[in-house]
Design a binder for this molecule. Structure first.
Ligand SMILES: [Zn+2]
Length: 139
């Protein structure tokens, strides 16, 4: 998938500030950082959704994200970080190649992942919601 910017980074045809790589994943600085050190961790193999990635890739993605987050904290003095993953256009995914955002937090920026949805949707009873999800998990 030549047009995919993350595949182009993997191929080396687009420059990036690489921070980590292994057989499954790459991590590099986001070109439009929300905070200093904002990093993206992506699988080497192109996949639009996390749900289509093999378990080993998913594990590698999050292990690398945590490893990179720890290094960013030590290097830049960030006392906290957010991990974020926008899966699907409805969730705000802009590049259709799975990527985990590692966003260092320095304090005072405000917000957290619970605040990223700007308009709340309907809230049916929790038991009803849980029953639907549990039924889907059994299939
Ligand atoms: Zn790609």
């Amino acid at each position: 998938m030549e047009a995919c910017p993350f595949c182009r980074i993997r191929e080396g045809s687009v420059a990036a500030h690489l921070l980590y790589q292994d057989e499954e994943v790459l991590a590099f600085l986001d070109i439009s950082p929300v905070t200093q050190g904002h990093t993206l961790v992506v699988p080497r193999r192109h996949a639009a959704s996390l749900t289509s990635c093999p378990p080993g890739t998913i594990a590698a993605l999050f292990l690398a994200a945590v490893r990179v987050a720890g290094a960013i904290q030590r290097a830049l003095g960030a006392p906290g970080f957010n991990l974020g993953l926008n899966d699907g256009r409805a969730a705000g995914q802009e590049v259709p190649h799975v990527h985990v955002h590692v966003i260092p937090r320095y304090g005072g920026e405000g917000g957290g992942v619970q605040r990223m949805v700007q308009r709340r949707g309907p809230a049916p009873p929790l038991a009803e919601t849980a029953a639907k999800i549990l039924a889907a998990m059994r299939t």
